[in-house]
Design a binder for this molecule. Structure first.
Ligand SMILES: Cc1cc2nc3c(=O)[nH]c(=O)nc-3n(C[C@H](O)[C@H](O)[C@H](O)COP(=O)(O)O)c2cc1C
Length: 170
Protein backbone atom coordinates (compact mmCIF):
# COMPACT_ATOMS: atom_id res chain seq x y z
CA UNK A 1 0.00 0.00 0.00
CA UNK A 2 2.78 2.49 0.85
CA UNK A 3 4.35 2.08 -2.59
CA UNK A 4 0.95 2.66 -4.25
CA UNK A 5 0.48 5.81 -2.16
CA UNK A 6 3.97 7.07 -3.04
CA UNK A 7 3.33 6.75 -6.77
CA UNK A 8 -0.19 8.24 -6.72
CA UNK A 9 -0.20 11.77 -8.12
CA UNK A 10 -2.87 14.15 -9.38
CA UNK A 11 -3.02 13.65 -13.13
CA UNK A 12 -4.44 16.52 -15.18
CA UNK A 13 -3.45 15.54 -18.73
CA UNK A 14 -5.18 12.61 -20.38
CA UNK A 15 -4.93 10.68 -23.61
CA UNK A 16 -7.89 11.09 -25.94
CA UNK A 17 -9.07 7.55 -25.19
CA UNK A 18 -12.25 6.43 -23.49
CA UNK A 19 -11.93 4.34 -20.38
CA UNK A 20 -13.40 0.87 -20.68
CA UNK A 21 -16.92 0.75 -19.17
CA UNK A 22 -16.02 -2.29 -17.08
CA UNK A 23 -13.05 -0.44 -15.63
CA UNK A 24 -15.22 2.59 -14.85
CA UNK A 25 -17.80 0.39 -13.13
CA UNK A 26 -15.10 -1.36 -11.17
CA UNK A 27 -13.68 1.94 -9.85
CA UNK A 28 -17.16 3.23 -8.95
CA UNK A 29 -18.06 -0.01 -7.22
CA UNK A 30 -14.91 0.26 -5.12
CA UNK A 31 -16.13 3.74 -4.15
CA UNK A 32 -19.50 2.30 -3.22
CA UNK A 33 -17.77 -0.07 -0.79
CA UNK A 34 -16.54 2.91 1.27
CA UNK A 35 -17.39 3.07 4.94
CA UNK A 36 -19.88 5.77 5.96
CA UNK A 37 -21.00 7.21 9.27
CA UNK A 38 -23.81 5.10 10.72
CA UNK A 39 -23.70 3.17 7.44
CA UNK A 40 -25.80 5.99 5.99
CA UNK A 41 -24.42 5.74 2.42
CA UNK A 42 -25.47 9.29 1.46
CA UNK A 43 -23.52 9.31 -1.80
CA UNK A 44 -24.71 9.67 -5.38
CA UNK A 45 -22.31 9.43 -8.30
CA UNK A 46 -23.20 11.36 -11.47
CA UNK A 47 -20.88 10.87 -14.41
CA UNK A 48 -20.50 11.91 -18.01
CA UNK A 49 -18.40 11.27 -21.09
CA UNK A 50 -20.34 13.89 -23.03
CA UNK A 51 -17.82 16.41 -24.38
CA UNK A 52 -20.25 19.32 -24.26
CA UNK A 53 -21.14 18.66 -20.63
CA UNK A 54 -17.48 18.17 -19.72
CA UNK A 55 -16.61 21.49 -21.35
CA UNK A 56 -19.33 23.14 -19.24
CA UNK A 57 -18.07 21.43 -16.10
CA UNK A 58 -14.55 22.70 -16.86
CA UNK A 59 -15.99 26.21 -16.40
CA UNK A 60 -17.38 25.42 -12.94
CA UNK A 61 -15.04 27.90 -11.29
CA UNK A 62 -12.44 30.55 -12.12
CA UNK A 63 -9.38 28.46 -11.47
CA UNK A 64 -8.52 24.83 -10.91
CA UNK A 65 -11.18 23.27 -13.15
CA UNK A 66 -10.23 24.28 -16.73
CA UNK A 67 -7.95 21.25 -17.19
CA UNK A 68 -10.84 18.79 -17.09
CA UNK A 69 -11.98 20.06 -20.51
CA UNK A 70 -9.98 17.30 -22.18
CA UNK A 71 -10.76 14.53 -19.70
CA UNK A 72 -12.65 11.57 -21.19
CA UNK A 73 -14.68 11.07 -18.02
CA UNK A 74 -15.85 13.36 -15.24
CA UNK A 75 -17.57 12.22 -12.08
CA UNK A 76 -19.61 14.45 -9.77
CA UNK A 77 -19.65 13.29 -6.16
CA UNK A 78 -22.93 14.33 -4.59
CA UNK A 79 -24.80 13.50 -1.41
CA UNK A 80 -28.28 13.56 0.04
CA UNK A 81 -27.62 15.59 3.21
CA UNK A 82 -30.80 14.23 4.81
CA UNK A 83 -29.11 10.84 4.96
CA UNK A 84 -26.03 12.04 6.81
CA UNK A 85 -24.86 15.09 8.73
CA UNK A 86 -21.27 14.13 7.91
CA UNK A 87 -21.61 13.62 4.17
CA UNK A 88 -18.40 15.60 3.54
CA UNK A 89 -16.39 12.93 5.34
CA UNK A 90 -18.33 10.13 3.64
CA UNK A 91 -17.74 11.56 0.16
CA UNK A 92 -14.09 12.35 0.85
CA UNK A 93 -13.41 8.74 1.78
CA UNK A 94 -15.19 7.59 -1.37
CA UNK A 95 -13.15 9.98 -3.52
CA UNK A 96 -9.90 8.75 -1.98
CA UNK A 97 -10.76 5.12 -2.57
CA UNK A 98 -11.66 5.83 -6.21
CA UNK A 99 -8.40 7.75 -6.77
CA UNK A 100 -6.36 4.89 -5.37
CA UNK A 101 -8.16 2.11 -7.21
CA UNK A 102 -7.96 4.08 -10.47
CA UNK A 103 -4.23 4.61 -9.96
CA UNK A 104 -3.75 0.93 -9.24
CA UNK A 105 -5.32 0.21 -12.65
CA UNK A 106 -3.17 2.80 -14.48
CA UNK A 107 -5.94 5.42 -14.69
CA UNK A 108 -5.05 8.98 -13.71
CA UNK A 109 -7.43 11.20 -11.77
CA UNK A 110 -7.68 14.58 -10.10
CA UNK A 111 -9.99 16.06 -7.50
CA UNK A 112 -11.59 19.42 -8.38
CA UNK A 113 -12.93 21.18 -5.31
CA UNK A 114 -16.54 22.39 -5.63
CA UNK A 115 -17.94 22.72 -2.12
CA UNK A 116 -17.45 26.32 -1.00
CA UNK A 117 -16.36 27.55 -4.44
CA UNK A 118 -18.09 30.06 -6.73
CA UNK A 119 -18.88 29.89 -10.42
CA UNK A 120 -19.57 33.65 -10.47
CA UNK A 121 -20.34 36.33 -7.87
CA UNK A 122 -24.02 35.34 -7.95
CA UNK A 123 -23.82 31.56 -8.52
CA UNK A 124 -22.06 28.87 -6.52
CA UNK A 125 -20.07 26.24 -8.41
CA UNK A 126 -22.38 23.68 -6.81
CA UNK A 127 -25.56 25.24 -8.22
CA UNK A 128 -23.92 25.68 -11.62
CA UNK A 129 -23.06 21.96 -11.73
CA UNK A 130 -26.56 20.96 -10.61
CA UNK A 131 -27.89 22.80 -13.62
CA UNK A 132 -25.39 21.28 -16.07
CA UNK A 133 -25.88 17.74 -14.75
CA UNK A 134 -29.59 17.92 -13.88
CA UNK A 135 -29.06 17.18 -10.19
CA UNK A 136 -31.84 17.80 -7.65
CA UNK A 137 -31.68 21.08 -5.78
CA UNK A 138 -31.47 19.49 -2.32
CA UNK A 139 -28.31 17.52 -3.09
CA UNK A 140 -24.86 18.63 -1.94
CA UNK A 141 -21.79 18.47 -4.16
CA UNK A 142 -18.31 17.93 -2.80
CA UNK A 143 -16.10 17.72 -5.85
CA UNK A 144 -15.62 16.68 -9.44
CA UNK A 145 -13.13 13.95 -10.24
CA UNK A 146 -11.66 13.71 -13.72
CA UNK A 147 -10.39 10.34 -14.92
CA UNK A 148 -8.35 9.28 -17.94
CA UNK A 149 -5.34 7.42 -19.25
CA UNK A 150 -2.39 9.58 -18.11
CA UNK A 151 -0.69 11.74 -20.72
CA UNK A 152 1.86 13.12 -18.28
CA UNK A 153 4.44 11.53 -16.05
CA UNK A 154 4.81 12.64 -12.50
CA UNK A 155 7.51 11.68 -10.04
CA UNK A 156 6.58 9.34 -7.26
CA UNK A 157 7.01 10.57 -3.72
CA UNK A 158 9.95 9.25 -1.75
CA UNK A 159 10.37 8.57 1.95
CA UNK A 160 12.08 12.00 2.16
CA UNK A 161 8.82 13.68 1.08
CA UNK A 162 6.94 12.25 4.04
CA UNK A 163 6.40 14.89 6.73
CA UNK A 164 7.30 12.57 9.57
CA UNK A 165 7.57 15.52 12.00
CA UNK A 166 3.77 15.77 11.80
CA UNK A 167 3.59 12.57 13.79
CA UNK A 168 3.43 13.92 17.31
CA UNK A 169 3.60 11.57 20.24
CA UNK A 170 2.52 12.89 23.62
C1 LIG B 1 -9.63 18.60 -1.13
C2 LIG B 1 -8.83 18.74 -2.39
C3 LIG B 1 -9.18 19.72 -3.32
C4 LIG B 1 -8.47 19.83 -4.51
N1 LIG B 1 -8.90 20.74 -5.44
C5 LIG B 1 -8.26 20.79 -6.63
C6 LIG B 1 -8.76 21.64 -7.65
O1 LIG B 1 -9.79 22.31 -7.51
N2 LIG B 1 -8.08 21.67 -8.83
C7 LIG B 1 -6.94 20.94 -9.04
O2 LIG B 1 -6.37 21.02 -10.13
N3 LIG B 1 -6.45 20.11 -8.08
C8 LIG B 1 -7.10 20.01 -6.90
N4 LIG B 1 -6.65 19.14 -5.94
C9 LIG B 1 -5.42 18.35 -6.16
C10 LIG B 1 -4.26 18.93 -5.33
O3 LIG B 1 -3.82 20.12 -5.93
C11 LIG B 1 -3.15 17.88 -5.24
O4 LIG B 1 -3.62 16.74 -4.58
C12 LIG B 1 -1.94 18.42 -4.47
O5 LIG B 1 -1.33 19.49 -5.15
C13 LIG B 1 -0.87 17.33 -4.24
O6 LIG B 1 -0.47 16.77 -5.48
P1 LIG B 1 -0.59 15.21 -5.73
O7 LIG B 1 -2.06 14.86 -5.69
O8 LIG B 1 0.00 14.99 -7.08
O9 LIG B 1 0.12 14.50 -4.63
C14 LIG B 1 -7.36 18.99 -4.76
C15 LIG B 1 -7.03 18.00 -3.83
C16 LIG B 1 -7.76 17.86 -2.68
C17 LIG B 1 -7.41 16.74 -1.72
Amino acid sequence: MKELLKSRRSIRKYKDTKIDREVINHILQCGLLSPTSRNSKPWEIYLTEDKEKIEKLSRSKDSGSAFIKDAPLVVVLAADPDRSGVWIEDLSIMATIMHLEAHQLGIGSCWVQIRGRDHSPSLSAEDYIKEVMDIAENRKILCLISFGIPDEEKKSYTDEDILSDRIIWR
